[in-house]
Ligand binder design. Structure first.
Ligand SMILES: *Cc1c(COP(=O)(O)O)cnc(C)c1O
Length: 379
């Protein structure tokens, strides 16, 4: 095809590399790093990001579902991969076939895994997950000793890790995570000193806010993509030693497809949620909610054009979006616009879009649609 789609996500792989190495410098060499590449690498492309993480010495990769793990294996990645969500018993055979590990919190799943492994004459690695307060997956601390004993007796099954997950590490209130950490510590005291598996708990926020959550391995996701789980984390990062700024990996861009004059008092787009208050110059962009631009951002967000901010107006459509460029000089069709990223000396961070859309950077990034080509820079 001669023409690439104008709406595109530019992925700076050098920024991803920097972010991984930055984290490695900060942590030192003793703590293992699981690079979390679930949800297609938070929308950045799981494989290109996994390749760089592996090149930079990632000890483990984190997938969300079995299919994501299989895709990485079929692309030649042979680093250990943990499926972070739980799986159904009928997924056990595929999991074992592709040498993936998963978390377990029930005996029935552990048995299904052992059976699949036995059938294939292999050993499957599992990580027990303890529920310390997320109240989602995981075995309760009270039921841990029994599950641990049962699992250790199963053939073809190796207990490789013990983990937990924090519910509120992103929040200002530290007490919830502190209580979870305490519960986790207490639960771990039943482990014998010999053959202690990999203990892990920290996501991005916990890793910076609670160094005592590092244990043997950390599980960063969002920070590798250069985004922050919450605005307040920035101040904490600024205080850290051996840490330089993380760099945003993705920039979301498009191009104006049409510019036209609309007179004062005209309703704009579906349902006329915006009416022009003056004679206006309105530009159409070939991007809509089918590309992952949340409709809830309608009349709230801004974009960059010719190095300046312009407001988005009217309801965001499936394939198109309108912006008011009346105040910007010399706007023309095909001008580049930035939804998040840099242009000239202006920046719209993905976190800004998330705040305006009443969501978090995670959701914006992993919802950038399939239809949006990823353009890789600095491979
Ligand atoms: C997604 C996920 C992570 C990574 O979280 P970030 O906040 O993106 O660092 C870590 N652990 C588990 C269990 C996860 O599901």
């Amino acid at each position: 095809m001669a023409h690439h789609r104008a709406t595109r996500a530019e992925i700076d792989l050098q920024a991803f590399r920097h972010n991984f190495q930055n984290l490695r410098n900060h942590l030192g060499s003793k703590i293992k790093i699981m690079a979390v590449v679930k949800a297609d690498g938070y929308g950045h492309g799981a494989l290109p990001c996994a390749r760089i993480a592996v090149e930079c010495g990632a000890d483990y990769l984190g997938a969300g579902v079995v299919e994501e793990g299989i895709e990485l294996r079929q692309s030649g990645i042979d680093t250990p991969i943990l499926v972070l969500g739980s799986i159904f018993p009928d997924e056990a055979e595929d999991l074992v076939r592709h040498d993936l590990a998963t978390i377990v919190c029930t005996l029935s799943l552990a048995q299904a895994l052992a059976k699949a492994a036995e059938k294939q004459n292999k050993t499957v690695s599992v990580h027990i997950k303890i529920d310390t307060g997320m109240n989602r997956l995981g075995v309760t601390p009270e039921n841990l000793p029994e599950l641990l004993n049962q699992i250790c007796e199963l053939p073809n099954l190796k207990l490789e890790g013990i983990s937990t997950h924090f519910a509120s590490a992103d929040d200002e209130d530290l007490s919830i995570t502190q209580a979870q950490l305490k519960k986790f510590h207490t639960a771990l005291t039943i482990l014998q000193n010999d053959d202690v598996p990999i203990i892990h708990s920290a996501n991005t926020s916990a890793l910076f806010k609670f160094p005592e959550s590092h244990f043997d391995m950390v599980r960063p996701g969002l920070i590798l993509y250069g985004a922050l789980p919450s605005p307040s984390l920035q101040a904490i990062l600024n205080e850290k030693e051996n840490l330089s700024p993380f760099q945003p990996v993705m920039q979301w861009k498009s191009q104006i497809i049409l510019v036209k004059s609309i007179s004062k008092g005209q309703p704009i787009s579906y349902s006329g949620s915006f009416t022009t208050k003056r004679d206006s110059l309105i530009a159409t962009l070939p991007i809509g909610y089918a590309d992952g631009l949340h409709r809830s951002l309608s009349n709230k967000m801004e974009v960059l054009i010719r190095g300046k901010r312009a407001p988005q107006i009217g309801n965001i459509c499936m394939d198109m979006t309108l912006i008011d460029v009346t105040d910007i000089q010399d706007v023309q069709a095909e001008d580049e616009i930035v939804l998040f990223g840099k242009q000239g000396d202006q920046l719209i961070a993905v976190e800004e879009m998330a705040t305006k859309g009443d969501t978090i950077a995670y959701e914006i990034l992993c919802n950038v649609g399939k239809r949006v080509p990823r353009v890789y820079l600095n491979e």
